[in-house]
Design a protein around this ligand. Structure first.
Ligand code: NAD
Length: 245
């Protein structure tokens, strides 16, 4: 029996990386998946594989509200969109602070606020918010505003889980370590020395391996499914032992 049969799942930032792998994994488990991203080209490959797709910029409140009105209730909402800004507080301008908080945190407020009423009216569901182990769990050097945003995601997740537990809404955050995704490779290239950057990312992973997006998708399927019916308000660390060393 498919683990997500009969469920509808909406994923943001599904065009590549963890969002894409999770959308495909949930579809394989029988869910009706609505894969969204700001990048229409990136969605094409998913639509070729039979998933429903919608262009959605999670920074656009009107677009988020319009999609919620169009779709109505979903059983699973995976808020995956986020951006990794490098640097310390001394490198972080107010504009960069505002951008990271808008995409990484306020976009989840927009999505959750738009979809919660319809999810509650339909009897409940599972919300999964993308945080990171670089958050309130551990500090990663040179990830000042990123860590601040992902800590905020964990706080928002716990607040939401507490407020709506009586409405059959579960809300969990996931906190991955280093995942080998297109944007991670872009960041390695942007460093000017791809091999050195890859070595540095590998060095912080005690298994000597980066996670693949599919490794994270397994946790998403679990949190989306009824197997996790008793799991809410938790920041799930999936970091290959990084925070344990
Ligand atoms: P990625 O960064 O490679 O891809 C991000 C996707 O987001 C792209 O398809 C892009 O088009 C889309 N996107 C960008 N701005 C958008 C917007 N305004 N609205 C909608 N979509 C938008 O993917 P990734 O590396 O898997 O990261 C996904 C999430 O996982 C992020 O929140 C990131 O912080 C988090 N994360 C990543 C890692 C990692 O090592 N890769 C580790 C921990 C957490």
């Amino acid at each position: 029996m498919a683990r997500l049969a009969g469920k509808t799942a909406l994923v943001t930032a599904a065009g590549q990386g963890i969002g894409r792998a999770s959308a495909l994994a949930m579809a394989r488990e029988g869910a009706r998946v609505i894969a969204t991203d700001i990048n229409a080209d990136a969605l094409q490959a998913l639509s070729d594989q039979g998933l429903e797709t919608r262009v959605l910029n999670v920074r656009d409140t009107g677009a988020v509200q319009a999609l919620a009105a169009e779709l109505g209730a979903v059983d699973v909402l995976f808020n995956c969109a986020g951006f990794v800004a490098n640097g310390t507080i001394l490198d972080c301008s107010e504009d960069e602070w505002d951008f990271s908080f808008d995409l990484n945190v306020k976009a989840m407020y927009r999505m959750n606020k738009a979809f919660l009423p319809v999810m509650i009216a339909a009897g409940g569901g599972s919300i999964i918010n993308m945080a990171s182990v670089a958050s309130s769990i551990i500090a990663a050097p040179n990830r000042f505003v990123y860590g601040a945003t992902k800590a905020a995601v964990i706080g928002m997740t716990k607040a939401l889980a507490a407020d709506f537990i009586g409405k059959n809404i579960r809300c969990n955050a996931i906190c991955p370590g280093t995942v080998d995704t297109p944007s991670l490779n872009d960041r390695m290239r942007a460093s000017g020395d791809y091999e050195a950057a890859r070595k540095a990312f590998l060095a912080r992973q005690p298994t000597g391996k980066l996670a693949q997006a599919e490794d994270i998708a397994g946790l998403i399927v679990f949190l989306a499914s009824d197997e996790s019916a008793f799991v809410t308000g938790v920041a799930h660390v999936i970091d290959g032992g990084w925070s344990n060393t």
